[in-house]
Design a protein around this ligand. Structure first.
Ligand code: CDP
Length: 230
């Protein structure tokens, strides 16, 4: 299917499979995939390593803001996979640990951090034909995106998916901890003052609780055909 050079925004709750879906869309239709959550996670890792966030989640906002101007966070393709880098260090694995997950949502409430990530996304996506996943892509980052999807799934299903993903990576999380983190992030993400997680008015909801990847791609193809007359 020949898809025009549109922007596709995939927003939604934690662990609803946004990135898996967005990556597959990128691969299928030759789009550039941008993972906005990875940028928030990289800033969080940086803040943890430089004691700019404390154990009680208190943030050294001024110092963090100052460091952002020289923080080189970007994506590089390694063996055909988009990986997150800080300078020349690949941080893809470290940013997915429960420790980073536990501090990322507080970090993502900081307006200066949001501006930093938004400007990176605009810079990386300036040539269009991009699919991005996050929380505020369709509402704030690219409000003119031609296609906006909003993904939801049941709590138990989401926590199980994230648990399995972590186990497959050799981590040893407690299921209850994973569930707790997911709920906490959902709450902080949807209640923060700057760009809270919410469905854009023109977004299409996809509840993928009981859908396979093939089901999802077939659903998307139908949406694209209807919307763009292709
Ligand atoms: O764990 P999951 O893949 O669902 O989350 P993620 O996409 O890696 O995002 C991690 C965290 O970054 C979220 O829980 C939000 O706090 C924050 N985030 C955000 O505030 N805005 C975005 N556009 C993307 C992520």
């Amino acid at each position: 299917m020949n898809i025009p050079n549109i922007i596709i925004a995939v927003d939604g709750y934690s662990s609803t499979g946004k990135s898996t879906f967005a990556k597959l869309i990128a691969k299928t239709y030759s789009f550039l995939y941008l993972d906005s959550g990875a940028l928030y996670r990289a800033v969080t890792l940086f803040a943890l390593e430089n004691t700019l966030i404390h154990e009680n989640a208190e943030i050294e906002v001024d110092a963090l803001e100052q460091s952002l101007s020289s923080l080189d966070v970007h994506f590089e393709y390694v063996d055909g996979q988009s990986m997150t880098f800080i300078g020349d260090r690949c941080v893809e694995t470290e940013i997915r640990t429960l420790k980073v997950s536990n501090y990322v949502s507080p970090i993502a409430t900081v307006p200066q951090v949001r501006n930093f990530v938004d400007s990176k996304l605009h810079e990386f996506g300036k040539n269009g034909r991009i699919v991005m996943d996050g929380r505020d892509i369709g509402t704030t980052v690219f409000p003119n995106a031609e296609l906006k999807l909003f993904m939801v799934a049941g709590n138990q299903i989401r926590a199980m998916r994230r648990y399995d993903e972590m186990v497959a990576k050799g981590q040893h999380p407690e299921f209850e901890e994973v569930m707790k983190n997911l709920k906490e992030r959902d709450y902080i993400d949807s209640h923060r003052e700057t760009s809270p997680l919410r469905q854009a008015e023109d977004a299409i909801i996809l509840d993928n609780s009981y859908l396979t990847m093939e089901n999802q791609m077939a659903w998307l193809e139908m949406v694209l055909k209807n919307k763009f007359d292709i």
